[in-house]
Design a binder for this molecule. Structure first.
Ligand code: ADP
Length: 397
């Protein structure tokens, strides 16, 4: 079996896959350990049944040990060695260009990237250290959100700042959500029956964190996030792009320092900031239709920024766009976000099929464009855990 782990500083999302069929691993269990260090809850779903535990979890190691003990107790595995490999989601891999076995060199690079992703990488590092202790025989693989975007050309990844910032300090666009983009690109190649290296897509990964990628010939050609996941489109609580001078200006207004302002750009901006009420698109879209002007302002801004990037990426692809794809929590589920975004793209002549767009029950994907639309548009369920599992299988024994 393969265990996939997506860890934050106080949570561990985990999924267990049976990899008897290496090409089609099947997820058999899906769970989360939360409130690590401040309490402790573990819950998971297995064979349609939900298991929930309240237990003291002082650190990641105790949490992982608890999860494994439960798996043994419930006869899901007979012992820890039934899990031959563990795949980790790592947000920032610096310039590492593909999923990698976690040897000393790779682990050091993940640690080096903490300075670039101080909110994200520490959770993965703590989880990797914990798994090394609790599962000493398992092979460990890291899958990076940045790796897919290492194909960006210099004119896409450089900022117009002193070149020495890039040379000395690694200031460049890295891009994120690459595991999701890799999954969608591979799946779209199957759906459109077109070789991956001929595929041109604009993929909108709109979740709590959100980004858009321009995929040319199956490779990332440009994307909206930057040095960190704060850049690009408007998100649940993150601002996306702003005039960089705002930071110093607001430091002076609030008599505070840059890290406080950056924290506000990460946690108090986006839908939450612009509406002043909620970061959740369900609230925003619901409020929009009940006439709430705060939610209206937030959804108008959100969809305008997304549309602005889509048209920019359409320009990069010219007349050769195979499809626009919406994915992740908002992209998969919010018909109104998709509709309003597409309506702000008159140059693309997209014809939306309103009924298909609003249909809620679809399995892996659905077309939301009309049959005679110039560009195909789909809503597509991403599966980052499955992508991590597949990369883990391909890299391990
Ligand atoms: P994360 O970036 O945390 O992985 P997800 O991809 O799970 O986020 O997306 C979570 C977001 O998806 C929620 O905050 C919510 O705004 C949005 N979402 C989920 N379901 C719906 C829905 N039915 N309608 C609109 N938005 C939804």
């Amino acid at each position: 079996m393969i265990l996939v782990i997506n860890a934050g500083s106080s949570s561990i999302k985990f999924r267990l896959f049976n990899d008897s069929d290496k090409k089609n691993p099947i997820d058999i269990l899906d769970g989360i350990a939360e409130r690590i260090t401040i309490g402790g809850d573990v819950s998971f779903k297995y064979e349609g049944k939900k298991y929930e535990y309240e237990v003291a979890l002082p650190n990641h190691e105790v949490a992982i040990k608890f999860i494994l003990d439960k798996l043994i107790e419930l006869n899901i595995i007979s012992n820890v060695d039934d899990i031959s490999a563990v795949g980790f989601r790592v947000v920032h891999g610096g310039t590492i260009s593909k999923s990698s076995i976690i040897n000393d060199d790779v682990f050091n690079k993940i640690k080096d990237a903490v300075k670039l992703a101080p909110l994200h990488n520490p959770g993965a590092i703590t989880a990797i250290e914990a798994v090394k202790k609790v599962m000493p025989k398992a092979e460990l693989v890291a899958c990076f959100d940045t790796a897919f975007h290492q194909t960006l050309a210099e004119e896409q990844y450089l900022y117009a700042v002193p070149y020495s910032w890039y040379q000395k300090y690694g200031v460049r666009k890295y891009g994120f959500h690459g595991i999701s983009y890799q999954y969608i690109t591979e799946k779209m190649s199957e759906v459109l029956n077109k070789p991956k290296d001929k595929l041109n897509l604009i993929v909108c990964h709109l979740g709590n964190g959100a980004s858009i990628a321009c995929i040319k010939n199956g490779k990332s050609f440009d994307t909206t996030m930057g040095l960190t996941p704060l850049a690009g489109v408007m998100m649940g609580t993150r601002s996306g792009d702003i005039d960089p001078s705002i930071i110093e200006y607001m430091c002076k207004q609030l008599n505070t320092d840059a890290s406080k302002i950056t924290n506000m750009l990460n946690k108090e901006s986006g839908l939450l900031g612009v509406s002043g009420k909620s970061s959740d698109m369900r609230d925003v879209a619901g409020g929009y239709f009940s006439g709430d002007s705060d939610f209206k302002r937030a959804l108008n801004k959100y969809t305008q920024v997304a549309a602005d990037y889509i048209i920019r990426f359409a320009n990069l692809l010219g007349h050769d766009i195979d499809a626009i794809v919406f994915t992740a929590g908002v992209g998969e589920n919010s018909a109104h976000t998709r509709q309003f975004t597409l309506q702000k793209l008159p140059l693309l002549d997209i014809k939306l099929d309103m009924d298909k767009n609003e249909e809620r029950n679809y399995k892996d994907y659905k077309y939301i464009s009309a049959a005679d639309s110039k560009i195909k548009v789909l809503a597509f369920r991403t599966n980052e855990e499955l992508m991590i599992c597949k990369d883990t299988i391909s890299l391990t024994k």
